[in-house]
Design a protein around this ligand. Structure first.
Ligand code: ZN
Length: 416
C-alpha cells in the first residue's frame, strides 16, 4: 500500500507561498512490508537511480524496512518526443542534440531502424532545457560555458560547498540547464547580510579544523542529533520522552536565560545520558557583539549550567551558526569547541512533520550533525519536531546509523 503524506489545503498553500524548498515537490513515503526501492520507484513513476539520489542516507539499498521513510523526489516532467513522418532515430537525435545510443538506451530500443510514426520517445534528462523559466531562490541554472568554479566564484561560495550541496560526484560534469542549489551559510530566523561577512562557514571550518565542526568522520556509522534554544517546559520534556523511548542520546545547546527557569529539565537531560552545550545567554548574533559581551554571554550560561549540574560544558553552538574569526579566537580562549551542523531540519520554519522529514533525511550521511529546535520564540510550537523524531530515528536506525552525542561523534571532551 502506498501512503501519501496528506497536507491540508491551507498548509499546502502556505508551503507553496512561503517555502522555496518545497518547490522541489518531494514527498514522504512510508515503507510497507514487502516493498523494495525498485517497487517504490516504479509505483511513483521514477527510476531507481532518481530514488537513490534523493535518499543519500540509504546505506543498504537492498535492505529497506517496513516502517522507515523514503523521500520521493518530484517526478521529472518527462521530455517526450513524438515520432513524426520520415523520422529516423538518427535525425531525431541530431535535432535533440543527443547521441543515438543515449536515445536508444533511454527507450529500450534494440532495433534502431524500427520506429513508428506517433511513437512517444522519452528524451534523456538534461537534453532539453527545464520547462521552468527561472531558478528559484537559492538555485542557479547552468549556462553554456559555466564551470563549477566560475559559478562558485559568482556566488562567493567554495567549489567544495557547491559540489557537496548538489551531491555532485564528478565536479567536471555539468550540463546546460542543470539546476544547482547554491549553498549559504546556515541561517536561522533572521536574514543575515552575508555579503558583509567575508568568511563562510566552510572557510572557517577549514581554518579552524580542531575548533569549528559541522560534522564528524564520514567513515563511521555515527550521527548526532542536536537541539537548540531550550530548555522549554513542554517541548524539551517531549523530546526527552521520545529519545528515552528509542534509547537515543542527543546534545542540547541551551540558552542561559532559560536555564535558570528550568533546573529540573537541565538535570533530566544530564541524568538521561545526554550532553549539554552552551548556546549563549540571550541568543545574539556573535558577529555583531563585542568580545566582552561574547565572553559574558558564554560565561554566564556556563556558570548557570554549572550551578545546576556541576558540569562545565566545553561545547558551544553560536546562535544562527554565525561566527567570525575574532569570535572563534575568543571562544578558543574560553576553551570551547564550536559545533555547527551539516543537516538542517529547518523545523523552526517548517512546522510540518512531512516537510521536516524532507528537509532532513536526504542530507543525512555518515558522521553528520542534525539540527533541531526544542525551544524558540514565545508560544512557538515544536510539536512537529517532536512528532518527526520517531520517524527520523527509526528510519536511520534501520539504515544502520548509530546515534551518539556530539562529543563522541567528534572525539572531543564534552566538559572541561
Ligand atoms: Zn538558536
Amino acid at each position: 500500500m502506498k501512503k501519501f503524506l496528506r497536507f491540508s489545503v491551507a498548509s499546502m498553500l502556505s508551503l507553496l507561498i512561503m517555502l522555496p524548498s518545497f518547490v522541489n515537490g518531494a514527498q514522504v513515503h512510508r515503507v510497507s512490508r514487502g516493498e523494495t526501492l525498485f517497487t517504490i520507484a516504479t509505483n511513483y513513476g521514477i527510476t531507481l537511480n532518481e530514488l537513490i539520489n534523493q535518499n543519500g542516507y540509504l546505506r543498504n539499498h537492498n535492505n529497506i524496512s517496513a516502517g522507515q521513510v523514503v523521500i520521493i523526489p518530484q517526478k521529472k516532467e518527462a521530455n517526450i518526443y513524438v515520432v513524426g513522418e520520415g523520422d529516423s532515430l538518427f535525425k531525431i537525435s541530431q535535432n535533440l542534440g543527443v547521441s543515438v545510443t543515449d536515445l536508444a538506451k533511454e527507450n529500450n530500443i534494440t532495433d534502431v531502424n524500427r520506429l513508428s510514426v506517433g511513437e512517444k520517445l522519452k528524451v534523456p534528462n538534461g537534453v532539453i532545457r527545464p520547462t521552468k523559466s527561472g531558478a528559484s531562490t537559492g538555485e542557479y541554472i547552468v549556462k553554456n560555458g559555466d564551470s563549477l568554479f566560475n559559478i562558485a566564484q559568482q556566488f562567493g561560495v567554495t567549489v567544495a560547498a557547491l559540489g557537496e550541496a548538489n551531491n555532485l560526484g564528478d565536479w567536471n560534469f555539468l550540463y546546460v540547464g542543470q539546476i544547482l542549489k547554491i549553498p549559504t551559510a546556515p541561517t536561522q530566523r533572521t536574514q543575515q547580510p552575508e555579503a558583509s561577512f567575508k568568511e563562510t562557514t566552510a572557510s572557517l571550518v577549514s581554518m579552524y579544523p580542531n575548533t569549528f565542526f559541522i560534522k564528524g568522520a564520514s567513515n563511521t556509522n555515527k550521527i548526532a542529533l542536536t537541539f537548540d534554544d531550550g530548555p522549554n517546559q513542554k517541548y524539551t520534556n517531549e523530546v526527552l520522552d521520545v529519545l528515552k523511548q528509542y534509547n537515543v542520546p542527543a546534545t542540547f545547546f541551551v540558552m542561559g536565560a532559560r536555564v535558570d527557569h528550568h533546573p529540573e529539565i537541565i538535570n533530566r537531560i544530564v541524568r538521561e545520558g545526554h550532553v549539554i552545550g552552551n548556546h549563549t545567554w540571550n541568543h545574539p548574533d556573535l558577529r555583531r557583539v563585542s568580545q566582552e559581551s561574547l565572553v559574558n554571554e558564554i560565561n554566564q550560561t556556563e556558570d548557570s549550567i554549572y550551578k545546576i549540574t556541576g558540569l562545565r560544558t566545553a561545547l558551544m553552538r553560536p546562535p544562527y551558526g554565525a561566527v567570525t574569526r575574532e569570535s572563534i579566537e575568543g571562544l578558543i580562549k574560553e576553551e570551547y569547541k564550536i559545533i555547527n551542523w551539516s543537516v538542517d531540519s529547518i523545523d523552526w520554519r517548517d512546522q510540518d512533520v512531512g516537510q521536516i522529514l524532507i528537509n532532513t533525511l536526504p542530507d543525512v550521511r555518515q558522521g553528520r550533525i542534525l539540527l533541531f529546535h526544542d525551544g524558540g520564540g514565545e508560544g512557538q510550537s515544536h510539536a512537529a519536531t517532536v512528532a518527526s523524531l520517531p520517524e527520523i530515528i527509526q528510519t536511520l536506525k534501520y539504515q544502520g546509523y548509530e546515534f551518539v552525542t556530539v562529543d563522541e561523534l567528534l572525539n572531543i571532551p564534552a566538559y572541561k
